[in-house]
Structure formats: structure tokens, C-alpha cells
Design a protein around this ligand. Sequence first.
Ligand SMILES: Cc1cc2nc3c(=O)[nH]c(=O)nc-3n(C[C@H](O)[C@H](O)[C@H](O)COP(=O)(O)OP(=O)(O)OC[C@H]3O[C@@H](n4cnc5c(N)ncnc54)[C@H](O)[C@@H]3O)c2cc1C
Length: 581
Amino acid sequence: MSNHATSPAKTDPAGTRSVPRRVVVVGGVAGGMSAATRLRRLDEEVEITVVERSGHVSYANCGLPYYVGGVIEEEDDLLLQTPERLFDRFRLGVEVDSEVVGIDPVAHTVTVRSTLDGRERVRTYDRLILSPGALPVRPPIPGFDRVRSLRTVEDAARLAADVAARPRSAVVIGGGFIGLETAENLAHAGVAVTVVEAADQILTPLDPELAVLVAAELIANGVAVETGVAVTEVTGDSVRLADGREIAADLVVGAIGVRPDTRLAEMAGLAIGPRGGIAVDSVGRTSDPHIYAVGDAVEKADAVEGGTSLVALANIANRQGRRAADHIAGLEVRATASLGTAIVKVFSRVVAMTGANEKRLRAAGRDYRCVRSHPMNHAGYYPGAEQMAIKLCFAAADGTILGAQAVGGSGVDKRIDVLATAMAAGIPAARLADLELAYAPPFSSAKDPVNMLGYMAENVLAGECDVVEPPEVEVLVAEGWTLLDVRTPSEHNAGAIAGSINAPLDTLRDDLAALGAGPFLVFCEVGQRGHTATSLLHELGIPARNLDGGWRTWVAYEAARRHDPARLVAGAAAAPGAKIG
Ligand SMILES: Cc1cc2nc3c(=O)[nH]c(=O)nc-3n(C[C@H](O)[C@H](O)[C@H](O)COP(=O)(O)OP(=O)(O)OC[C@H]3O[C@@H](n4cnc5c(N)ncnc54)[C@H](O)[C@@H]3O)c2cc1C
């Protein structure tokens, strides 16, 4: 029996049957295997059967792109467990090459079909846990049948074999996480890659001015990026685009996104939620109290917007698997909601995010504010400092953090994880200023980038800092505001907003008489000197506002607006005298 520290009550959560003796789990990877192993730790007596359609359980699907590119060299390194080891350690009955093809919710049975010989058998359950994951979206485009997907070890092996045949060119359809990881790995293997994304930007969980930085990184590494254009046909050696162009492609990979695999749930008559995932309650129960569902297949409570969302991430699947097991074992389970915290490496860039982006907040009609910053990951004087772009969005009324996103190098992961933790703990934006975070020059600055976001939010919420968002610039200039660049002349000459005049911060007091009465729309490199200049002008009674994130944000915003990430690739934007408007 259980040896759990909290001595779980061995009562039946459904209230209709005795304590479960037989549990069947469908899907033997993230959610399913977490549920099975957790349940074993809570209950030595229950009979647990895990049914898995593919030939492997507990495989590292997150590592698949790196196997395709040869970064992970051995297929075996992707296999975290074998059925034999799972039996030895956990006494799990693991049935691979076995697909659950039917559920009888009245008789409490599942029909399992061998994928090797087609033979069927029936398994009885007291509780059933569904963790079938998601299905790759495969649109009805002519020729799409020759497009590779990347979801299983078998998919990765096929793709790795394709790469071994030395294709010259590849098109990756879809600029999401998996598409970009695949593109990087194909490029790493020496293939000329084009990413085609139908949306206006890659990585749609980011706002455009951050996503464009990632597109620039792809371009800088030789990967072509086509956004705002759909693939209309896949031919033998190319893909055709909606604008009539044709791109050579010896290999085509589809990473358009995934949708919850609800086929079994629908067959069993379980409720499906408004977003098309299996509907579950806060403990993971479906509309049938004897059937639980977890992972990519289910709708999750959305931490920012309320309601539900579809988030396909490993952490959530693992957590939900564990919670379903807890509930089956009679433990109390806390309700949780998902932030969608995610991270991806794109060549030398680290891209991470949590909560909602500005696009979503705007679409939802939320009253929010955002601050943007470009801090170094650690003290600038310590060798190897890298700059990141980081954006924080929070509620205008009370500073509740609504989301954050960052693109940079090392240290991006830490900042987004701290912000995700702050969100989970309900710490408002201004209080980020008070967090005591570890500091020594090789790791951070005395004012960590997260603290800095807190200071900025504090200023905005207290009305001490009147910031202008990039889209407002054009409007203000048309209304007669003077663009005032408070950087040094050499910075100004290397590139500035068209029509701006230059008055460096350090001599601003002396230059004021020549500048006129304003109003001034102030900017500097990242927003910090601009803030000081704006405060000075305010003190002198001169109307002034500061451009949030400064020139760096402006350049990215313009590149995104013009769908032209190439202008951010080293040298393009910083050409001496360039006036980017
Ligand atoms: C290439 C790739 C990279 C990823 N990278 C990351 C990452 O870096 N970070 C991150 O957080 N997430 C990542 N993910 C997503 C993450 O892997 C998923 O969110 C997570 O695995 C979902 O767990 P799950 O248990 O719901 O489904 P899965 O882990 O997909 O497992 C579902 C299993 O169920 C089996 N199955 C389905 N139907 C049946 C049936 N009828 N009978 C028997 N078996 C069945 C399937 O064969 C499959 O093995 C990645 C996914 C992929 C594909």
C-alpha cells in the first residue's frame, strides 16, 4: 500500500466504485509515463498497464530535432526507458506496438490492436488515463503526402535517413518552435533551408518586434525566411507559394502546428472543449469520472485570460500526469493554470516567453502597459556580456504581470523563469524591483534585468515616466512633436530615426536654448538615457515623452513592420549615417 508522506485517503474519487485495482494508460511518453510511475510510487498493489502505439516508450521527443541534425548522435540516447526496465523498477505492464482502437466506457474496457500483426485484445480498467498527445496538422495541399513530420522516434529516424542522403535543399513549412529547431538542425547538417510561414511573423507567441530578431538570426545563419505567404503545392522537388514563386526542395518538413488527438475521446463520447481539446476538470477527469486525460490532448485552464487554451508543452503534460495519478490514489490535487512558459534555441539566440504577449492582450481588450529593455546578461565590464531584448506586459490598473518575452543569449532562460515564478506567485510588476537575485559580475548586474523591469514598471504605474510605444511615434511626429536623440553624435550618425535632431544627454542642459520649446519625443539607444533626459525636461516644464526601448526597439519594430528582418543582420541597420524611418 501507499507509503506517501501525507497518508492519502484510499477513497474512490469518483465515489462510485472501490479503490481502483486496474489502471490502463494510453500513451507511454510524457503525460502517460509520468502518471504511471507516479501511481506506482503511491500504490504498490494497483495493476498498471501502459499501451503505446509506437515501438518506444519514454522517448525524448523534445530531442528529436537534434538527432536529425546529428547533434545527438545515437538514436538510443533518445530512449530514456525500455519496457523491460519499467517492469523491473515499477512493475508496469508496458505494451508497445499496441494501439488502443476503442473504449467501452460502460464495460470499462479498451480494445488494443497490435500494430505488428493486427490482432486485438481487450483490457479492463477501473480507471483509464488518456495521454495520446497531439497530431501534426496536415493541410489539404496537393503533394502534402511527401511532407515529413517530426513527432516520433520513427519520424526522426526517417528524417535522419533523408539527411544522410545529402539533400541540397529543404523547405520547412511552419515557423514555430519545432519548425525552427528542425531548420537549424538541417542547416547544421549542411542543407540549404527555407522556412515558410503563412503568418506575418515566425514564432507567433512572440510580439513582432521580438520575433523579427529571431528571423534575423536565421538569415544571418544562411536560412531563408518567407513570412506572410502560404505553401499551395508540394511537387517532386519544390514547393509552390501562394504568390506564384517556387522554392527548390529536395526535402520538405511540415511543422505547421499540432491539434489535440481527441479521436479516442470522441469515440468514447467524452466531452470536447471549446478549443477542440478533451475537456477535463481541475484534477484531470473527463466527463466520464473513470476516465482521466492529460497532456497535449486536453484543454488547460489559462492563467492569464481565464477560460481554456491549448498548450502543447512537456512540463505541463508531466505535471498533469502526476496530478491525475495523485487523484486516482486519493490525494488532494491543487487546481493549476498554464502560463505557457516556453523556450527555444535558434542558432546563437535563446528565445523564451511566459504568459500572454501584447497581441493577445490587445485582442482581448485588456488595459495593459508594456516596458521594453535591452540589458546585458551580466556586468558589461566582465568578458562575454551579451545583450538581450526583454519585454514585460502588466495590467495598467494594479501591475499584475500578464506576460514576458525575451530574445538574447545566455541569461534569457533565467530571467523568463524568474518572471514565470513571479507570475505564479502573484508578484506584481513593480515588486520585481524588490527581488533579491543572485549577483556577481559573471552572472548578472547589481540591478538584475528583472529588477530593472520592476523599476521601469514602477515608474510607468506611478506616472513618473511617460513612455511612447513605437507605433505612436508617427502620430506624435505628425502632431508636431520633435524627435530628440540624446545619444552621442557618433551613435546618432551610425543610425537614427529619420527627422530626429541630436542633443546628447550630457550637454542637454547647455543645448536647451537652441532646441526650442518642444514638445519632445526623446529617444536613446535602449531607453535609459532617454528616461533621464525626459525627467530633466519635465523638471524644466518642457513637455517630453520617452520612446520605450529606444533606438534598438525602434529598429526591430521597423524591420517587423516592413517584414524585412534582413535589415537587422549585422551591418545592415548600423550603416554610418543610415536614417531608418
Ligand atoms: C519534435 C518535438 C520537440 C518538442 N520540443 C519540446 C520542448 O523543447 N519543450 C517542451 O516543453 N515541449 C516540447 N515538445 C512537446 C512535448 O513533447 C509534448 O508537449 C509532450 O510530449 C506531450 O506529452 P503527451 O503525453 O501529451 O503526448 P506525447 O508525449 O506525444 O505522447 C503521446 C503518445 O501516445 C501514443 N498514442 C497516441 N494514441 C494512441 C493510441 N490510440 N494507443 C496507444 N498509444 C497511443 C503516441 O504514440 C505517443 O507516443 C516537443 C514535441 C516534439 C514532437
